[in-house]
Design a protein around this ligand. Structure first.
Ligand SMILES: Nc1ncnc2c1ncn2[C@@H]1O[C@H](COP(=O)(O)OP(=O)(O)OP(=O)(O)O)[C@@H](O)[C@H]1O
Ligand SMILES: [Mg+2]
Length: 333
């Protein structure tokens, strides 16, 4: 073996020993330390996770008890709501009996003594009759509202002649129009229209819309009612030149008990229930109701649309144009 060979072998041996020594030192001190740090961090994380889990389960418990409280309050609210609806319906129903007795006896008194004990008696009897009429209407509206709220407001759809129904309503409303010197006009539709709907409920809607137009129009104003059939939908419109509505009120007037603040004297002439009931009726027929008004003092056009027949709602429409209508003045004499 040469000297060089001995030197190389020796160097290799020294290098290998140094590597082993470095590995041993690293393992002994650095890796062990790293391992301890990692273990400690893992322990910390596990502790943090456990704390968070405890906090979370505490929050879940609180949430669960809140949900339970909410469910109980909801149950109680439903129960109270049912009692309220039932109470309203019983009161409205039971008050109608004594009311009709008062009406009956007042009419008898008026007939028995047409001149009365004097004009004052007749006026008083007339006032009693008017007051009982108003109360009767309120009772009927309250019963409708309680039926709506308890989900018992059902429509009985039967075929009927819409032209004839509108004629009946106009004849009835013409009396009120006459009292205020209002021009009540009806535009004749060129054909007889049969509608499959709840005749009584639709007449309620017509009476309220035309009644409102007359009620809210000034003395000597004009009211125009018309309808047409298009695309399987029957649309009715009543236009007046009354106080009109602010843009912001157009949806509110269909809410229960909402009455416009624009004229406080008009407020006393009803309860603000008619339009909300009308909306329920129209919606129950799968229709829509609304109002157009250019603003205060600009008059209003209240309208509703219902399918001519339940089948027509689904069927594809015939694309007939809006027919020309002939105006017919019902008022004045
Ligand atoms: N044609 C109209 N012109 C202007 N405002 C109207 C008209 N119709 C209705 N309104 C407004 O909408 C409100 C609600 O009408 P709605 O028919 O619901 O109640 P009401 O006529 O006051 O009372 P009710 O119909 O219960 O006897 C009215 O009080 C009125 O302020
Ligand atoms: Mg009304």
């Amino acid at each position: 073996m040469t000297l060089w060979q001995i030197l190389v072998s020796y160097s290799l041996l020294v290098a290998a020993s140094l590597s082993l020594l470095t590995y041993w030192i690293t393992k002994k001190f650095v890796l062990k330390k790293m391992h301890r740090t990692i273990m400690k961090a893992e322990h910390n994380y596990q502790q943090q996770i456990a704390t968070l889990q405890m906090q979370l389960s505490g929050k879940v418990n609180v949430l669960e008890s809140m949900v339970e409280k909410l469910r109980l309050s909801n149950q109680e609210l439903n129960r109270l709501n049912e009692i309220r609806a039932k109470f309203m319906s019983i009161v409205a129903h039971d008050l109608r009996q004594p009311l009709s007795s008062i009406q009956g006896f007042t009419s008898v008194l008026m007939m028995d003594n047409p001149q009365g004990g004097g004009n004052n008696d007749q006026t008083a009897l007339n006032n009693i009759l008017k007051a009982t009429d108003n109360m009767n209407m309120l009772m009927a509206d309250l019963m409708d509202i309680s039926m709506i709220e308890s989900g018992r407001f059902k429509m009985d759809a039967q075929p009927f002649n819409f032209n004839a129904l509108l004629n009946d309503v106009i004849t009835l409303q013409a009396v009120n129009a006459q009292k205020k010197g209002i021009f009540l006009q009806k535009c004749e539709y060129p054909a007889e229209v049969t509608v499959v709907a709840d005749r009584f409920r639709i007449s309620q809607v017509l009476n309220n819309l035309i009644g409102n137009a007359i009620k809210f129009s000034p003395q000597g104003g004009s009211v125009e009612a018309r309808f047409y059939v298009l695309n399987g939908m029957l649309t009715f419109k009543v236009a007046d030149n009354g106080p009109g509505l602010l843009h912001t009120e157009k949806d509110k007037v269909f809410q229960k008990f909402h009455q416009s603040e624009n004229d406080r004297t008009l407020k006393k002439q009803g309860w603000g229930l008619g339009l909300s009931i009308a909306q329920e009726i129209v919606n129950a027929h799968g229709g829509e109701i609304g109002v157009e008004s250019a603003g205060l003092g600009q008059g209003s056009v209240f309208w509703f649309s219902i399918p001519q027949t339940p089948a027509a709602a689904a069927a594809d429409a015939d694309k007939a144009p809006i027919p020309n209508v002939e105006k017919k003045t019902v008022m004045p004499e």
